[in-house]
Design a protein around this ligand. Structure first.
Ligand code: FRU
Length: 485
């Protein structure tokens, strides 16, 4: 398909049933389909949206262009779950109105009385392709129907360009607030703060911009989120065009966080902000959405993909997936991320492994691997390896220097090489390093020291890449994980 603009934005109803059926067949035959990660039925998945708990169930939406592996006319694909593991499809939010004609872009959700309020960006283009972003609302009822609020709730303020999107709604001291990602007229990335007057979501008052760093944050900030962990504010956001003098990163765009001491509503300031920190030190993680769940946990889910990069599944008619649902906690002002407790329900019978160069262990490529590398040693693990050991994802765990390296240069089909094939992260030196690796066909999520660091990555193995081995003898345990997709 030649993905012209016209094709990408034509109404879904213009696509023939035949085309859609053929696309579905291609996707279902893709060797890279996942066993337990959220993936699109067809086409492209990007940002998680509207992650919330409503009507005794978890709701999670994602950005979806269903007609092919490209960024086209986006809707909110809707999933519901009782356990954060098994998800079923529900009513989507479709780009079928005057104020979202070119896409129902990213946003968030908040239960208000007996309905779930959806706050999203309506992307509208005129005949000259000039963009107007509208911040729109919709209600999800307990019966599961979605009704849009007919007029936009916030229009583009004069001091911002048309890059004004991704409303994140949250409650702070009983006040309904929202953050919106923005670019000001000097082409600098900002986070705009709004509050709902009298908690009426039809009446948003601008409070100014969020103060949380003295650094210049590039030309745009996408997908801002503010959550609270033990009353401390944690801001998660995606700065675009950040110079790597501020903080080094290798992905095309980074997903970052800042931890503060408190949030001052009057001055819209995060006090005593930490330095900007990479949320994930792997290859593919963006647009993380987090919220404070009513059970007291701070939960997050990430897009495991990046904008503007082609992926090997494109030829199979689909692209990208979501991360596992992660619980966020703070220890000594450092953010920890770890798959929610519910993830253990995927575990099958535990296997005790003695890894080494000689004993190569075949797997189903859907497992959790747990091990600990002793202090002041260095281990190299090969996962998704082929029997001849020429291919695989290579993890080097150097506990002397507290340095973990993920090398995907021979992990299978290459992609995104211009952004480098190696990622590195650091933890305390001279200590054992604990590893939990979640593997799923074409994804790995590597959790280091119980979530102090995370490295998430896609990889696209070729034939017979299903073996684990280690360069020096190493005890480990492995749980095959169930297929829920
Ligand atoms: C981030 C993003 C958002 C936007 C959405 C459109 O990946 O660009 O800023 O709302 O994707 O799909």
């Amino acid at each position: 398909t030649n993905w012209t603009r016209q094709l990408r934005y034509q109404p879904y109803s213009d696509w023939s049933i035949d085309y859609q059926q053929q696309l579905l067949n291609r996707v279902q035959n893709s060797p890279y389909r996942l066993n337990y990660h959220i993936q699109p039925d067809t086409g492209l998945l990007n940002d998680p949206n509207g992650f919330s708990y409503f009507n005794h169930q978890w709701h999670l939406f994602y950005q979806n262009y269903p007609m092919g592996p490209v960024h086209g006319l986006k809707s909110w694909h809707h999933l519901i779950s009782d356990d954060l593991i098994n998800w079923r499809k529900a009513t989507p939010l479709l780009p079928d109105g005057n104020f979202d004609s070119h896409g129902a872009y990213s946003g968030s959700a908040l239960p208000i009385n007996d309905r779930l309020f959806l706050f999203y960006t309506g992307n509208v283009r005129n005949s000259d392709w000039k963009r107007s972003p509208f911040q729109n609302g919709a209600w999800l009822s307990q019966a599961g129907t979605i009704s849009k609020i007919s007029e936009p709730l916030i229009k583009q303020p004069r001091h911002y360009t048309d890059h004004f999107r991704d409303p994140m709604i949250f409650k702070y001291q009983d006040q309904i607030m929202a953050l919106i990602g923005a670019q000001d007229n000097n082409k600098i990335g900002k986070i705009a703060v709004f509050k709902a007057d009298h908690n009426n979501i039809n009446d948003w008052r601008p409070l100014g911009e969020l103060t949380f760093t003295s650094e210049k944050l590039g030309y745009m900030i996408e997908c801002p989120n503010l959550i609270f962990i033990n009353h401390q504010p944690v801001l998660i956001f995606c700065p675009q065009g950040l110079t790597s003098e501020v903080i080094s990163y290798q992905n095309i765009y980074p997903n970052m966080y800042v931890v503060g001491h408190s949030f001052e509503l009057n001055t819209t300031t995060i006090t005593q902000p930490s330095e900007l920190t990479n949320l994930d030190d792997g290859f593919d993680c963006y647009a993380t959405q987090a919220f404070n769940a009513p059970d007291g946990r701070a939960l997050a889910v990430s897009w495991l993909g990046l904008p503007e990069i082609e992926y090997p599944t494109d030829k199979d008619g689909w692209a990208h997936c979501l991360s596992l649902v992660k619980e966020l906690t703070l220890h000594d002002n450092q953010l920890y991320q770890y798959p929610v407790e519910e993830t253990k329900a995927l575990r099958q019978t535990k296997q005790i492994l003695s890894l080494s160069k000689q004993s190569i262990i075949p797997t189903t490529n859907a497992y959790e691997l747990e091990l600990e590398v002793p202090a002041n040693t260095s281990q190299t693990l090969h996962v998704f390896s082929n029997p001849s050991k020429s291919n695989g994802l290579v993890l080097t765990i150097d506990t002397t220097n507290g340095k973990i390296t993920m090398d995907r240069s021979n992990a299978g089909v290459s992609f995104g090489q211009q952004y480098g094939q190696i990622r590195t992260t650091n933890v305390q030196p001279h200590h054992p390093i604990h590893i939990n690796l979640f593997a799923d066909q074409s994804v790995v999520e590597l959790y280091i020291n119980h979530g102090a660091k995370v490295m998430s990555s896609r990889l696209f193995p070729t034939e017979n890449q299903n073996i684990i081995w280690a360069e020096i003898p190493q005890k480990a345990q492995l749980w095959p994980l169930s297929k829920v997709n």
